[in-house]
Design a protein around this ligand. Structure first.
Ligand code: CA
Ligand code: CA
Length: 422
């Protein structure tokens, strides 16, 4: 009897091993892990195109399941070596090397006291300057501790590929390299525990945070595809009458970044979604910041979809939707026309409850915009703002542009993770 039990046990184990092996066999080498950006697919196809780690040798394919493995797969690798990082499951970056969660207390330096920070920074505060400066220095030092924990630089010639509902939670990926592919990943935006008060931001001042999910800072030939970006749950606090804003961008593109394609991705439940060009004074961005956005889903996001300075940005076949007219994620505007921006928007669709078509465009000192065949709340609208004149360029790098009546269905069906071959 005992012998039969053992054989049965062995048999079941054997079956399980065979099943796991075949499952892993298919899951570990998905075709898309070695895919390069298709030819002509937006600005990232300029020159030699974007291949990421497509040609990595087997020993440069890394399977990672935690922060330590993720960081070490990317760290100390030569920029010239193609590498593929396959991400399995959820990785939380507010953790230490042993996976222990890190919270505000863990990052705080001695002597940082938020109540004192508020007291010394509030409008018309009578606090002595040295106390104010001390609290600001300690806030900064605390923020630096968190930054060290969650910021990861991505080297050149890398593909980061999500497997099995891969999620990167609270990471700030910095792309200052060339030739990077990011596909099939869910991003939960980083939560800055130490926002700073800027009394000169806007009419009433603002709380600002440090981190984006992805900061393309000078990076070139970047393809972000079939990924999702959104905030995690949070309680809204206000100080000095303004929202204590813990999050910055989802994907921000700055510092002379160039040749970028973002496709079939979803952007949801967030405020400052995508900034292209960080400042009017950063004139070195002129002639750079070429970005293509197509088949993305912008859902319940407030602003910067995207907001552009200097760049030539081709925005086509995206779907913008919002059904909330109030609350934290109420839509404000889609395209921000900033200094010397050159947005060419065609065949996009927007369904925005409670808003007029003019809300699709907001002018921040820019003078040019081309819009062709865009639909807002069921109407084709092609003049969003009379003061703008057409841009000086015409997009040439794209494949099929869908007719406007197919955009919503195509985007809802195909944008986001786990849909690459749907
Ligand atoms: Ca940012
Ligand atoms: Ca909604």
């Amino acid at each position: 009897m005992k012998k039969i039990m053992i054989s049965l046990g062995l048999f079941i184990t054997l079956i399980a091993v065979v099943m796991m092996t075949s499952f892993r066999g298919s899951a570990e080498s998905p075709n898309f892990m070695r895919e390069a950006l298709p030819k002509q697919d937006g600005f990232a196809s300029v020159g030699n195109g974007t291949t990421g780690g497509a040609n990595a040798t087997e020993q440069n394919v890394f399977k990672v399941t935690n922060k330590k493995e993720f960081v070490s797969a990317l760290k100390n690798r030569k920029n010239t070596t193609p590498k593929i990082v396959l991400v399995y499951g959820t990785i939380d970056f507010d953790t230490d090397d042993n996976g222990k969660p890190l919270t505000m207390k863990d990052y705080m330096v001695d002597g940082y006291d938020f109540q004192q920070y508020l007291e010394t920074h509030k409008p018309q505060s009578t606090a002595v300057k040295s106390l104010k400066d001390e609290q600001e220095a300690k806030r900064k030092a605390s923020q630096k501790n968190q930054s060290k924990s969650i910021t990861v630089h991505v080297p050149s010639n890398t593909s980061i590929i999500g497997m099995d509902n891969a999620k990167l939670k609270g990471v700030n990926l910095v792309l200052d390299s060339d030739n990077v592919i990011i596909r099939n990943i869910q991003f939960e935006s980083p939560y800055d525990y130490f926002p700073s008060w800027d009394p000169n931001d806007g009419l009433e001042g603002n709380w600002n945070s440090q981190y984006d999910s992805i900061s393309i800072k000078g990076g070139t030939h970047i393809w972000i595809d079939h990924s999702s970006f959104q905030d995690g749950p949070e309680t809204v606090e206000k100080y000095f009458g303004r929202k204590y804003e813990h999050r910055d961008g989802l994907v921000d593109i700055t510092n002379e970044a160039d040749y970028i394609t973002i496709s079939y991705s979803t952007f949801e439940n967030h405020n400052k979604t995508m900034l292209i060009g960080s400042s009017d004074s950063k004139i070195s961005d002129e002639g750079k910041l070429h970005v293509t956005l197509h088949h993305n889903y912008f859902h319940d996001v407030v602003q910067r979809l995207p907001r552009v300075r200097f760049g030539q940005v081709h925005v086509y076949n995206n779907y913008f939707a919002s059904d909330t007219t109030n609350g934290e994620y109420a839509y404000a505007y889609a395209l921000g026309v900033g200094k010397k921006s050159q947005i060419y928007a065609e065949n996009n669709v927007a369904d925005i409850v409670g808003k007029d078509y003019t809300s699709f465009v907001k002018v921040f000192g820019g003078k040019q915009l081309t819009t062709v065949n865009n639909m807002f709340n069921g109407q084709i609208i092609d003049t969003f703002n009379d003061t703008l004149t057409p841009v000086d360029w015409k997009p040439e790098l794209f494949n099929k542009i869908d007719p406007v009546n197919e955009v919503k269905e195509n985007v809802l069906h195909n944008a986001g993770p786990n849909k690459i071959y749907r």
